[in-house]
Design a protein around this ligand. Structure first.
Ligand code: ZN
Length: 299
């Protein structure tokens, strides 16, 4: 019995903080701030579950009528944690979906289970939050960071913000939540992925991926003023409005498309494992960042 269960891998995890998310409420707005500035807010499991707790808290609090997602430090988010001392891939948290533990599953099943729960599952939960959400993006918003911004209803960015999904370099067709071709026109989505280059906030604004671009010093006040307007609107009206637009996206096939590409994503992880013995092609955060910098310098 249970020959398909394996011993969980023991890996040292060193968290640099026990507060990866800062949660504050001001004037009816919940401010959820990613707080791993030392690692450019790389998203580990610890942060993912703290994010989910924060969204849950904001939704449960009737005094909160709008939610802002932000990042502390120099960047919004460098993406999923693929190399900090706090990378906790082999740590089991209390799953929020009706899904089995991942850490004791063999081969491709481990990552497939974890990413159903922690990536595509969480992204859908947050997107469906019954209150309007605003992503306040500054600096880098890379790969896994895109997923966090994209699930928000509105995106306000500073003029120094940039967006990038370089995971094709790992042989993977985009991050787990494949909204690329909904956020961008198809040909631009192909360019974004195939070249893996940085897209400025200004260019993203041109495609409607970003709602507003403002100077860095005006970012917080702009988001505050938008949130203040939303807070004054009727609660149910706000919920129905975001559901209405999300429903149209579903009619356009968003859920089916993200499901389909999630499976391509996992085929690519498995292929990497089979050919290279590593699901992300042996590229850690440092290697990806160094290559990003080299390419940006040569651009
Ligand atoms: Zn993945």
């Amino acid at each position: 019995m249970n020959e398909d269960i394996v011993e969980p891998k023991v890996v040292d995890v060193v968290y640099e903080t026990d507060e990866p998310i800062i949660y504050e409420v001001q004037h009816g707005v919940a401010w959820i701030t990613m707080n791993r500035p030392q690692f450019n807010n790389a998203q580990n499991g610890q942060m993912t579950y703290a994010l989910d707790d924060a969204f849950g808290r904001a939704v449960a609090d009737d005094d909160v009528r709008c939610i802002v997602l932000a990042g502390s430090g120099k960047h919004f988010s460098a993406g999923h944690d693929i190399g900090t001392p706090g990378r906790d891939l082999h740590k089991q948290f209390d799953n929020r979906l009706l899904i089995a533990p991942h850490v004791n599953k063999p081969a491709a099943e481990l990552l497939y289970t974890r990413e159903q729960e922690q990536y595509i599952g969480m992204c859908r939960r947050w997107r469906d939050a019954p209150k309007p959400t605003i992503a306040m993006v500054h600096g880098a918003c890379i790969a896994g960071g895109l997923m966090l911004a994209w699930v928000c209803d509105l995106i306000v960015a500073s003029d120094d913000a940039f967006f990038q999904d370089p995971v094709v370099r790992m042989g993977i067709p985009g991050v787990e939540y494949f909204a690329h071709a909904f956020e961008l026109p198809p040909r631009v989505a192909k360019e974004f992925l195939l070249l893996g280059e940085r897209m400025t906030a200004e260019r993203a604004y041109g495609f409607g991926m970003v709602n507003k671009v403002v100077p860095r010093e005006d970012l917080r006040s702009t988001v505050e003023s938008w949130a203040a307007k939303i807070v004054k609107q009727p609660r149910l009206g706000n919920w129905l409005t975001k559901q209405a637009v999300n429903h149209v996206e579903e009619l356009r096939g968003k859920r089916a498309a993200t499901d389909a590409v999630f499976h391509m994503h996992h085929f690519a992880h498995a292929q990497n494992d089979l050919t290279l013995g590593n699901s992300i092609a042996g590229l850690d955060g440092k290697a990806m960042a160094a290559e990003n910098k080299k390419r940006a310098d040569n651009a």
